[in-house]
Structure formats: structure tokens, C-alpha cells
Design a protein around this ligand. Structure first.
Ligand code: SIN
Ligand code: FE2
Length: 216
């Protein structure tokens, strides 16, 4: 295909339905890669990536930071959203404009026209890191979808049903893909298996995931 827009427009997005209300928009964020990666670096300068502790006392293999009005955090006491970064004692960095625009347009493309994110969890997976099967259920109003942007090394996304034991389907997630799940799929279990080693030309030896939520 000829790139008529010089990489400036989300052209040739193909959709892959995962379940009712859940879709992968292939390559939707690709044209924004430079802005998104620069914005991640700026956020991480103010609120660095860190490996948090689960309520069960395990150190997570995924390194995380946040931006927006609230950030997702975990420690021995449990999971929560907090307006303050516990590492810096300051508010999380504001959500970059490029993040908001992408999250709003991806949600609309998936059929969620009213979505306005107030929190973005940024996950950094290095080879060997994984995120076990879980539901995103700490947000106040579950009418809002989750918008999840993948950058860097490819991975497999495990997407199951409303019960942990439901069958799990597997989807490749590559640089620039955006997954959106909401409505009847909002509480579907999902996870990411161990990241395979590799080197991405723009991101290096890592996968980044931006997960946009309406938390408050
Ligand atoms: C998440 O469930 O928060 C992250 C999913 C992903 O890394 O694709
Ligand atoms: Fe999640």
C-alpha cells in the first residue's frame, strides 16, 4: 500500500473482534509512535517506572508508572487508584495531549463515543516479564471501556471470559495495535504471558503498554 498520509493518519486500520464489545484495532496508534514514546519518556522522568508489590507480597515483573488524575498502585494493603505517586509524594504527571486524543479516538472507533480517560497506567515489560490473568475492576464506573495501546516488542494477549476458568483466546499484539474492551466484555479476564526476548527498532528490548481508564 502507498502511504498517502506520510504516516500522519491512522490509515488501513483493520478490526479484529475478540468478543462482544471487545476489539483489536490493528496499527491504530502506529502513526503516533514518536509522540507517544517521547511522552512516555517525559512521564517517566517525573514518575519513574517501578516494580510494585502485590497484596500477596510478590514483586511484580512488570514495571509501572502512571499519568493523569489518578494512578493505579498496589502494595501490601491492596490495589487502589491514588492521585499521589507514593514514590515521589507528588501528583502523577498530567496526561499528555497525544495520549488523550488517541484514547478518545480509539474508544470511538470501537463504539464507545463518550469515553474520556482520567488515568493511564503505563506498563513496561522486559523479556521474562508477564502479567497474570486478572480483571480490571478498581474503576468506579464500569460503563467505561478499557483502551490498551501496545508499543515495542510483540506479545500474546490472553483474553478470556467473565469467569477465571472460562476458555481463553490468544491474540498477537504488535507495535501500534490498540485493544478496547467494554460493555459485556468489560470484566473479562485478560493477561500477558512471559515476554520473549527481542529488540524493537524504536523501543529496544521492551514492550510498553498504555492502559487508559476512567478511574474516578
Ligand atoms: C493490563 O492488563 O493492564 C495490561 C495488558 C497489556 O499489557 O496488554
Ligand atoms: Fe488489565
Amino acid at each position: 500500500m502507498i502511504d498517502l498520509f506520510g504516516g500522519e493518519e491512522p490509515n488501513q486500520t483493520t478490526r479484529e473482534e475478540m468478543a462482544e464489545g471487545a476489539v483489536i484495532l490493528r496499527g491504530f496508534a502506529r502513526h503516533l509512535e514518536e509522540d507517544l514514546l517521547a511522552a512516555v519518556r517525559e512521564v517517566a522522568q517525573l514518575s519513574p517506572f517501578r516494580r510494585m508489590i502485590t497484596p500477596g507480597g510478590h514483586v511484580m515483573s512488570v514495571a509501572m508508572t502512571n499519568c493523569g488524575q489518578a494512578g493505579w498502585v498496589t502494595n501490601r494493603q491492596g490495589y487502589r487508584y491514588d492521585a499521589i505517586d507514593p514514590e515521589t509524594g507528588k501528583p502523577w504527571p498530567p496526561m499528555p495531549g497525544s495520549f488523550i486524543a488517541l484514547a478518545v479516538s480509539a474508544a470511538a472507533e470501537a463504539g464507545y463515543c463518550k469515553f474520556r480517560p482520567d488515568a493511564c497506567l503505563i506498563n513496561r515489560y522486559e523479556p521474562g516479564a508477564r502479567l497474570s490473568l486478572h480483571q480490571d475492576r478498581n474503576e468506579r464506573d464500569l460503563a467505561n471501556p478499557i483502551v490498551s495501546v501496545s508499543l515495542g516488542l510483540p506479545t500474546i494477549f490472553q483474553f478470556g471470559g467473565l469467569k477465571r476458568a472460562d476458555p481463553i483466546k490468544k491474540y498477537a499484539l504488535r507495535h501500534g495495535d490498540v485493544a478496547v474492551w467494554g460493555g459485556p466484555s468489560r470484566l473479562c479476564y485478560h493477561g500477558v504471558p512471559i515476554l520473549k526476548d527481542g529488540e524493537h527498532p524504536k523501543v529496544g528490548r521492551a514492550r510498553l503498554n498504555l492502559t487508559f481508564r476512567r478511574a474516578l
